[in-house]
Design a protein around this ligand. Structure first.
Ligand code: HSE
Length: 453
């Protein structure tokens, strides 16, 4: 849909694009720094300067970076919403409830919105985009997924003529940082998490980083844009990285793999026919073993990467900083420039927020997690008694899970029995592990990690 944003406004904004900023933490401060340092080049690209008019924060008296204009700070969100001169509201406060109220209120007042809030978009994106369309304004969110990587724009614009077949990504920098540090430096999980927090990568509540919740939100957004389907976070089976031990990282290496925090979305065609109605979506967030020589294995530290397989394009990888003040601010401000361009020509909705027109979004059935097939890394801790390996192998065999490689590690009891299976159905592996955990000489619940190629 392309429409006129109002002649009076178009005339006004030729002077400047007026912005109200909600939130001035790590990302908000990054936005202000970028706007200061790149003001000239942005104006040359846009044809008008970007002008921050108001900044709403929780506490206007707390210490701020020198780049923050203190005279613009206020705790009064209502005044920002009621300010008829503000063209674009930029929401970088985070959280769902209050941020959702403010974004809704801004859209209702006919203000364009740029947000970096993945949780809000994943949970309420459908409602908010519908509201934006009804009010003839833009709602853009490049920074919500993979920080500085322009993945939303690629799915929305560059791949407009293609069909995404599969998408696999490392979209949580904190968990990639933790696993990378555990692997390369032998850091403990806790130390690596503290470093990620100190570097500003982690969420205010880092539980969402390590339990997969943050990646789940991002995958729901990516899958919606990639497949033109309504995907909710509750559609995505999600596991975090909390249970990964230094031993798992070492054992995976012996098999030729690296453990990475993955988010996967792929189309699975029905066995009997490639027809649209038999297509399902395989959606997953979990740590996975990836081959040491694969692209995703080489993505270090807090860096993010998304590997896309397009039906026409083939494989394509985008990689870069997925978190941090300036990369995230860069994506936010590029969205502001995009909205500003629309404002200056009196347009909106030229490119649908979710890549597909809202009235064409589909509901694609989600594949049952138990139907997923892959190789599995299995580790179980056992008392080193005669017959224990045979008992484990017997249970796996009875459940149609075939062992490809197996070794025992350790001399003190308990010892680790570590296996790599041939491709197996997840439902069968789960059933087998339940029986293995109940065996006499098994001392703790087995670890199972999927292998992703
Ligand atoms: N906590 C997020 C991460 C920040 O670690 O990736 C960017 O969304």
């Amino acid at each position: 849909m392309v429409g006129c944003a109002g002649a009076a406004r178009v005339g006004d904004v030729a002077q400047s694009i007026r912005i109200g900023l909600i939130g001035c933490g790590v990302v908000g401060t990054g936005i202000l720094r970028l706007l200061r340092d790149h003001a000239g080049s942005i104006e040359s690209r846009l044809g008008a300067p970007l002008d921050i008019r108001r900044i709403v924060v929780r506490d206007a008296s707390s210490a701020r970076d020198e780049v923050v204009p203190r005279n613009l700070l206020s705790t009064d969100a209502q005044a920002l919403l009621d300010d008829s001169e503000i063209d674009i509201v930029v929401e970088v406060m985070g959280g769902v409830s209050r941020a959702g109220e403010l974004v809704r209120a801004a859209l209702e007042r006919g203000k364009h919105v740029v947000t970096a809030n993945k949780a809000l978009l994943a949970e309420q994106g459908d409602e908010l985009v519908t509201l934006a369309e009804a009010r003839s304004v833009d709602l853009y969110f490049e920074a919500a997924v993979a920080g500085g990587i322009p993945i939303i724009r690629v799915l929305r614009e560059a791949l407009a003529s293609d069909q995404v077949v599969a998408l696999r990504g490392i979209v949580n920098g904190t968990s990639n940082y933790i696993l990378s540090r555990m692997q390369s430096e032998g850091s403990s999980f806790e130390d690596a998490l503290r470093e990620a927090q100190a570097a500003g990568y982690a969420e205010a509540d880092p539980t969402l980083d390590v339990n997969g919740g943050d990646a789940c939100h991002k995958l729901a957004i990516l899958a919606t844009l990639a497949f033109g389907a309504r995907v909710q976070p509750t559609d995505v089976p999600t596991e975090g990285i909390e249970s990964i031990t230094a031993g798992d990282i070492e054992f995976a290496k012996r098999f030729g793999f690296v453990i990475k925090p993955l988010a996967v979305a792929r189309q699975v065609l029905g066995a009997s026919s490639p027809e649209q109605h038999s297509t399902k979506l395989d959606l997953r967030v979990h740590p996975a073993l990836v081959p040491q020589d694969s692209v995703l294995a080489s993505i270090p530290g807090a860096i993010n990467a998304v590997h896309i397989e397009g039906a026409m394009l083939g494989p394509c990888v985008l990689s870069g900083p997925g978190a941090g003040a300036l990369p995230t601010a860069m994506s936010v401000v590029s969205d502001i420039v995009d909205v500003g361009r629309n404002l200056l020509i009196g347009a909106h909705g030229r490119v649908p927020s979710r890549a597909f027109r809202g009235d064409r979004l589909k509901t694609i059935p989600i594949q049952d997690a138990g139907d997923h097939r892959s190789r599995f890394y299995l580790r179980t801790m056992v008392r080193d008694e005669p017959g224990v390996l045979a008992a484990i192998a017997n249970v796996l065999g009875k459940n149609h899970v075939s062992i490809e490689q197996m070794f025992q590690d350790g001399s003190d009891t308990p010892v680790a029995v570590v296996m790599l299976t041939h491709e197996a159905r997840e439902r069968d592996v789960t059933a087998a592990l339940k029986q293995i955990d109940a065996l006499a000489n098994v001392v703790s619940a087995a670890q199972a990690i999927r292998v992703e190629h």
